[in-house]
Design a protein around this ligand. Structure first.
Ligand code: HEM
Ligand SMILES: [Ca+2]
Ligand SMILES: [Ca+2]
Length: 297
């Protein structure tokens, strides 16, 4: 029901407006591309791709949920794009579609593949912290839990989709609190762990909890397949990253993506379209928000 030509007559400059703004934001700070990609993931996995993650709801909203609080970034870029699109074509382009296109444009801006984005999603009128806490996988998950969190009935993403989408960790940063425990595990390269320990020591402390490390130690600002080569040498940053190559059923997929960049980019693009199509609101469902951070009054 979504269609890549959805705005062709109602807002012909929508896609170019989003692309220009994303390119400017990424040129200013490469990490913003990673943050925008993650926003789309955290939207789609909770109630579907309905911009529920953007609502500034201090009471039971997703932004206060455990996986999101103090972690999600990029809201200002989305608000800026929305303001431009409201000036161009009032109440026409949904926040959910802006997030989806911005995620694709972020990947392209950092050197990754492009793909055609189906459009026509509408925006939710609620945000759902309970859903965020239950449906977003934590970095402590083992392989079975990761496979299940992507493959459950709501999502229906395959094991290959899950491994390909995890390749998003080829860009961006993580806080010490999310990888501290992994540094003490058996399946991490000892030199890599020792260098991370200098900014992320074993003892929990508010002075180090928010220290950042790149998810891809090799090329943190380039969307490539280095994430998978890192896993082959036990240089995954998160416990959940290294689970994908830990003598389990996904080892062969990781080996393939590490040695065949085209296999990765094609699987990633396919999986991004599938993730972007999760439970969209269409037709007269939901609304087109005028501001992405609040429902229309
Ligand atoms: C497979 C399960 C996944 C787990 C357990 C996971 C977990 C995490 C964690 C813990 C962080 C660091 C957050 C922080 O320290 O504030 C992170 C960052 C990130 N994640 Fe994931 N993630 C997963 C899948 C994905 C997917 C499917 C995508 C997108 C398609 C994605 C994109 C990103 C990006 C780009 C960042 C860096 C964001 C930034 O620098 O602002 N992740 N993830
Ligand atoms: Ca959502
Ligand atoms: Ca990379």
């Amino acid at each position: 029901q979504l269609s890549s030509t959805f705005y062709d007559t109602s807002c012909p400059n929508a896609l170019s407006t989003i692309r220009t703004a994303v390119n400017a934001a990424v040129a200013q700070e490469a990490r913003m591309g990673a943050s925008l990609l993650r926003l789309h993931f955290h939207d789609c996995f909770v109630q579907g791709c309905d911009a529920s993650v953007l609502l500034n709801d201090t009471n039971g909203g997703e932004q206060n949920a455990i996986p999101n609080a103090g972690s999600l970034r990029g809201f200002g870029v989305i608000d800026n794009i929305k303001a431009q699109l409201e000036a161009l074509c009032p109440q026409t382009v949904s926040c959910a579609d802006i997030l989806t296109v911005a995620a694709r444009d972020s990947v392209v801006a950092l050197g990754g593949p492009s793909w055609t984005v189906p459009l026509g999603r509408r925006d939710s009128t609620n945000s759902n912290a309970t859903g965020a806490n239950s449906d977003l996988p934590p970095p402590s998950f083992n392989l079975d839990q990761l496979i299940n969190s992507f493959g459950n009935n709501n999502k229906n993403l395959t094991v290959t989709d899950m491994v390909a989408l995890s390749g998003a960790h080829t860009i961006g940063q993580a806080r010490c609190t999310t990888f501290r425990d992994h540094l003490g595990e058996a399946n991490i390269n000892s030199t890599f762990a020792a260098s991370l320990r200098t900014s992320c020591p074993a003892a929990q402390s508010t002075s180090t909890d928010n220290n950042l490390a790149p998810l891809d130690v090799t090329t943190p600002n380039t969307f490539d397949n280095a994430y998978y080569s890192n896993l082959l040498s036990q240089r995954g940053l998160l416990h959940s990253d290294q689970e994908l190559f830990n003598n389990g059923s996904t080892d062969s997929i990781v080996r393939n993506f590490a040695s065949n960049a085209a296999a990765f980019t094609s699987a990633f693009a396919t999986a991004m379209v599938k993730m972007g199509n999760l439970q969209p609101l269409t037709g007269t469902q939901g609304q087109i928000r005028r501001n992405c951070w609040r429902v229309n009054s």
